[in-house]
Design a protein around this ligand. Structure first.
Ligand code: AMP
Ligand code: MG
Length: 485
C-alpha cells in the first residue's frame, strides 16, 4: 500500500483467542470518497491525516488495502438480543483491522463497519448506508466531547456502492476506534463453546488490556468482573445524566472496557420522560431511558454466568461471589449519578447526598410533568443560579411548584460556573441529526459539518449556533430510530 508511514497493526486478539478471530477481507469499494475524517483522533493514533486523505489512505479506511503483516478478522461473539440468547452473532458487517498503539502507548482497535458480508452475516448484506454511519460518527464524537467513555469514529468513507434498504441508498464504511471490541457477548460465546481454556485465555486477554490490576488479585476473573461492573455503573450513570438512550442494550452491545458501543437506534432525549423509547423494534420498551440501569445489571448478570467457571473451582461457591460483585452495581451507580447531579445542580460538597438526590428527583418530576427539554432545562438553570431565572421558568408549566423548588435550591448556594462546565448547550438533537443525515445522503455535507462542530464543543455558548441550542420544534413529532440499518 502507498500510505507512508503505514500504521503498524497488532493482532493480540487473534493471537490470544484465534478461535474467535476469523481472517476475512473487506469488499471492494468501487469509488471511495471521504465524507468525514477525525484529524485529532488520527493524530492520537500517530496517523498522518494528509496520508489518510490520499487514495492509499482511503483504501485503508475501507479495508481494501491493509499494511503488510496485518490480518483483518471478523470477531465471533454471542449475545442476548431482547432477552433471547443467540449463541453465534459475530461481526456480520464489521472487521477488526488490528490494534494500534496510541500516543499514550495504549492499544486501540481499528475496525470497520459496513465493509461487506462475513461468515457471521446471516441474512444481512454486510453493508451500511451513509446516513447511519455518519450518525454513529456524530453521536459518538458528541459523547466523547461530553466526557463519556465511548468508541470513537475515525472516518466515514462513501464506497460508491449502493445499499438496498427501503430505497437504494449510498453505501459507506465507518472506521471505528475502540479500546477493544470485547463484549459481554464475547464471553458468552467463549463459555458456550464449553472450552474452558478459551474462556480463560479470553479473560486473561481482557485483564491485560483493560483491567491489568486484576492480574494480581487473588481471583483475577472475579476482579475483572468487579471492574466491569464498576465501569458500567459509572457509564450508565453518565448516560442518564445527559439523557442518552442507547436503544439496544443487548449483551453483544455492552463492552468490557466500559465504553459506549454500537450507535444504532440511540438518541438524546428531548422532553424528559423515563418511558422514552426511540427504537422502532423496541415495542415493549425494554430499553427505555428509565430502564437502562436495570438492563445494565441484567446484562452484567449474563457476564457473571459466562465467567462462573473462572470465579471459583466449585460452582456452588462461584455463585455467591458473582452475586456479591453484581450487588456493587446499584450503590456504585447511585454514587455516580448523585455526584453527577451534584455538579449539574452546582451544589457544594457540604450538601449531603440525600439532599442532592431529593432535589434532583423533585426537579426531574417537574420536568416530566411539564414535558420540559432536559438539556435546555439544566443549562438554563445556570442562569437561575445567577439570578436570571426567567429563561428556565419559561420552560416549565407548574410555576408555583417550580418557584418553590428554585427557592430551596438557591438557598444551598449553587455555583453557576460549575454548572456551565457540566451542563451542555449543544447535544445532537434528533431533529438536527435527521436534517444533517438527510442532506448528507443527498450529497450536501454542510449541515453535518455544522452539527459536528456544535456538538464537539458542547459547553461554551457560541453566537450563531442558537438553533443548535434550541429544543425540537413543536411539529417534529414522534421520533423513531432504526437498528442494523
Ligand atoms: P447490531 O444491531 O448492530 O448490534 O447488530 C447485531 C448483529 O447483526 C451483529 O452480529 C451484526 O454484525 C449483525 N448485522 C447488523 N446489520 C448487518 C448487516 N447489514 N449485514 C450483516 N450483519 C449485520
Ligand atoms: Mg452490535
Amino acid at each position: 500500500m502507498d500510505l507512508a508511514p503505514a500504521p503498524v497493526l497488532g493482532n493480540s486478539f487473534a493471537r490470544d483467542v484465534p478461535e474467535m478471530a476469523l481472517p476475512w477481507q473487506a469488499d471492494d469499494a468501487p469509488e471511495p470518497r471521504l465524507l468525514a475524517l477525525n484529524e485529532p483522533l488520527a493524530a492520537e493514533l500517530g496517523l498522518d491525516a494528509a496520508a489518510l486523505r490520499s487514495p492509499g489512505g482511503l483504501r485503508l479506511l475501507v479495508g481494501t488495502a491493509v499494511p503488510d503483516g496485518a490480518t483483518p478478522v471478523a470477531q465471533a461473539y454471542a449475545g442476548h438480543q431482547f432477552g433471547g440468547f443467540v449463541p453465534r452473532l459475530g461481526d456480520g458487517r464489521a472487521l477488526l483491522l488490528g490494534e494500534v498503539a496510541d500516543a499514550d502507548g495504549r492499544l486501540r482497535d481499528l475496525a470497520l463497519k459496513g465493509s461487506g458480508r462475513t461468515p457471521f452475516a446471516r441474512g444481512g448484506d454486510g453493508l451500511a448506508a451513509v446516513g447511519p454511519m455518519l450518525r454513529e460518527y456524530v453521536i459518538s464524537e458528541a459523547m466523547h466531547a461530553l466526557g463519556i467513555p465511548t468508541t470513537r469514529s475515525l472516518s466515514v468513507v462513501a464506497t460508491g456502492r449502493p445499499v438496498r434498504r427501503e430505497t437504494l441508498l449510498p453505501g459507506a464504511v465507518l472506521a471505528r476506534v475502540a479500546s477493544s471490541h470485547l463484549r459481554v457477548g464475547s464471553f458468552q460465546y467463549a463459555r458456550a463453546t464449553g472450552d474452558a481454556d478459551l474462556l480463560r485465555r479470553l479473560a486473561d486477554h481482557a485483564i491485560t488490556r483493560h483491567h491489568p490490576a486484576a492480574a494480581d488479585a487473588e481471583r483475577p476473573a472475579l476482579a475483572l468482573y468487579e471492574a466491569v461492573v464498576a465501569a458500567q455503573a459509572s457509564l450508565v450513570a453518565r448516560w442518564m445524566l445527559v439523557g442518552f438512550v442507547h436503544g439496544v442494550m443487548n449483551t453483544d452491545n455492552m463492552t468490557i472496557s466500559g465504553e459506549t458501543i454500537d450507535y444504532g437506534p440511540c438518541a438524546f432525549m428531548d422532553a424528559y420522560d423515563p418511558a422514552t423509547v426511540y427504537s422502532s423494534i423496541d415495542t415493549g420498551g425494554r430499553y427505555a431511558y428509565g430502564n437502562q440501569p436495570v438492563v445494565a445489571q441484567w446484562d452484567l448478570a449474563r457476564l457473571a454466568e459466562a465467567l462462573l467457571p473462572l470465579l471459583h473451582e466449585d460452582e456452588e461457591q462461584a455463585v455467591p461471589l458473582a452475586v456479591e460483585a453484581l450487588g456493587a452495581f446499584a450503590p456504585q451507580y447511585e454514587a455516580a449519578w448523585t455526584a453527577g447531579m451534584r455538579a449539574k445542580l452546582g451544589l457544594p460538597d457540604d450538601v449531603d447526598d440525600a439532599a442532592v438526590r431529593a432535589l434532583a428527583e423533585q426537579l426531574l418530576a417537574l420536568l416530566h410533568s411539564g414535558h420540559v427539554d432536559l438539556t435546555s432545562a439544566f443549562r438554563l438553570l445556570g442562569g437561575a443560579a445567577r439570578d436570571d431565572a426567567e429563561p428556565v421558568r419559561r420552560l416549565v408549566l407548574d410555576l408555583a411548584a417550580f418557584d418553590d423548588w428554585l427557592a430551596r435550591w438557591r438557598a444551598l448556594g449553587p455555583d453557576p460556573g460549575l454548572m456551565d462546565r457540566v451542563n451542555p448547550v449543544y447535544v445532537p438533537r434528533n431533529h438536527l441529526v435527521e436534517e444533517a443525515l438527510e442532506a448528507a445522503t443527498d450529497g450536501d455535507l454542510a449541515p453535518f459539518d455544522r452539527l459536528l462542530d456544535a456538538v464537539t464543543s458542547p459547553y461554551v455558548v457560541r453566537p450563531g449556533l442558537e438553533r443548535y441550542a434550541a429544543p425540537a420544534p413543536q411539529d417534529f413529532g414522534v421520533y423513531r430510530t432504526f437498528c442494523g440499518t
